[in-house]
Design a protein around this ligand. Structure first.
Ligand code: FAD
Length: 399
């Protein structure tokens, strides 16, 4: 499969037709532009040529991981331990460009950096940081984040996975479900209930009693690995517990980091679909007219540009707040809700504008559309984020 039409979503001019109607790029600093361009080139040259086949084959393109690591994209907003120490806006732009390629690739980078390296960096001991962060930044060790369980994800307080003290060790029993990178992870950050509330543990792949099983036949995020994790009396030393993580606030803090990146990533997916629809409408003749000459198509393209522009401005301001240390998690909820919904609507509309061809993997829009069905569900469903904003506004929790 050539994936030839996907070249249409490559980085090209920076004008309104590229998906930047308000010159949001003009608000970026020089370093931020350089990072966006470098990751954009990587996506154009290395990701787009292979990603349709990878999605079709239900295969994570692991061959791209060394290059992603080489560019310093893993844990890129963290300081020290071989991490790049980029600004939060730069990290957002990394996510945007990667997801212009595919949500699966951005998910890999989000999980590695925000859900695994960030908690080790924030809650871990010095020994844990030295042990894991440098190899994770180099892409030599992979991580996964186990919070969701078979009985539910929106309400993690109901978790059944349990860790019980046994001398200086912990004995872990339970199961996690829908875990990105699960079966390829050298280390799983596992959240478990203890007598003192929720705690986080670093479970290594070869610990006896720890097994994984991939979730197959997904019709979304097919270029990403999603697994179940099983813990059957796994003995975890106290040195593998994250000492700074106490209570549910700890995993929720990780999710705020990852969701922030998702708000940017969704923009990338939307831009890819918008460009593809615009290009098609500019060349497809129907009833003697170019599609792009019709009022209805122009309104639909204008609506896509409106949604993308709103999302870009939300995420940029969110990033500036985060860089200034003033971001509130409910602001991330609003942006995740708005931007992923916007991207999904854009992707579905682009798919339709492409006509019958739009159902083919030769076009990127259906792949993005299917991926975004996961993105709107994971890291807090759309409903949960609406309720988080509602709680912030009213002071009443409705969930
Ligand atoms: C591809 C993929 C990768 C994932 N990767 C990870 C991962 O790496 N690590 C991890 O821990 N998890 C991961 N997840 C799990 C994800 O975070 C959960 O699926 C998500 O939080 C939703 O949980 P659930 O599926 O159990 O749905 P539920 O919580 O059962 O929700 C079902 C429905 O009920 C709605 N709902 C919930 N509460 C309310 C309420 N109070 N009022 C009204 N409606 C409500 C929800 O919005 C949803 O529509 C992944 C999921 C997918 C699909």
């Amino acid at each position: 499969m050539s994936g030839s039409t996907e070249t249409q979503s490559k980085t090209k001019s920076k004008g309104p037709e590229s998906g930047d109607f308000y010159d949001v790029r003009g608000l970026l600093g020089e370093e931020e532009k350089q990072i966006q361009d470098a990751v954009g080139r990587f996506v154009d040259e290395r990701v787009l040529p292979v990603i349709a086949d990878a999605f079709d084959e239900h295969r994570f393109p692991s061959e791209l991981v060394p290059e992603i690591a080489e560019m310093g994209l893993l844990g890129c907003s963290l300081e020290g331990y071989e991490c790049a120490g980029l600004s939060q806006v730069s990290y957002g732009l990394v996510c945007q460009e990667l997801e212009r390629g595919d949500s699966g690739l951005r998910s890999f980078v989000s999980v590695q950096g925000s859900l695994c390296m960030w908690p080790i960096h924030t809650y871990g001991s010095e020994e844990q940081k030295q042990r894991w962060l440098p190899p994770m930044a180099r892409g030599e060790a992979i991580g996964c984040f186990g919070l969701t369980e078979p009985d539910g994800g929106s309400d993690p307080a109901t978790m059944r996975t349990r860790a019980v003290r046994d001398g200086s060790d912990w004995i872990l029993n339970g199961a996690k479900m829908w875990i990105t990178n699960g079966s390829i992870a050298d280390v799983a950050i596992v959240w478990a209930e203890t007598d003192d509330g929720v705690r986080g543990f670093l479970v290594e792949q070869d610990m006896p009693g720890y097994t994984t099983r991939d979730i197959l036949k997904k019709y979304s995020l097919r270029a990403s690995i999603t697994s179940e994790l099983f813990f059957d009396g796994v003995r975890v030393p106290e040195s593998h517990r994250l000492p700074g993580a106490a209570g549910l606030a700890a995993p929720l803090g990780c999710l705020t980091q990852a969701r922030y990146g998702i708000t940017w990533g969704a923009i990338g997916a939307a831009i890819a679909c918008f460009r593809e629809a615009l290009e098609f409408a500019s060349t497809r003749k129907v009833f003697g007219h170019m599609l792009s000459e019709t009022q209805t198509i122009q309104r639909r393209l204008a609506d896509m540009a409106r949604r993308i522009t709103t999302a870009q401005l939300l995420s940029l301001q969110l990033g500036r707040l985060k860089d200034a240390g003033r971001m509130h998690h409910s602001q991330v909820s609003m942006a995740k809700w708005n931007n992923v919904r916007a991207a999904l609507d854009v992707a579905r509309d682009a798919r339709d504008i492409l006509g019958a061809g739009g159902i083919s993997i030769e076009f990127a829009s259906i792949r993005h559309m299917l991926n975004l069905e996961s993105v709107i569900t994971y890291e807090g469903t759309e409903t949960i984020h609406e309720l988080v904003v509602g709680r912030q506004l009213t002071g009443h929790s409705a969930f």
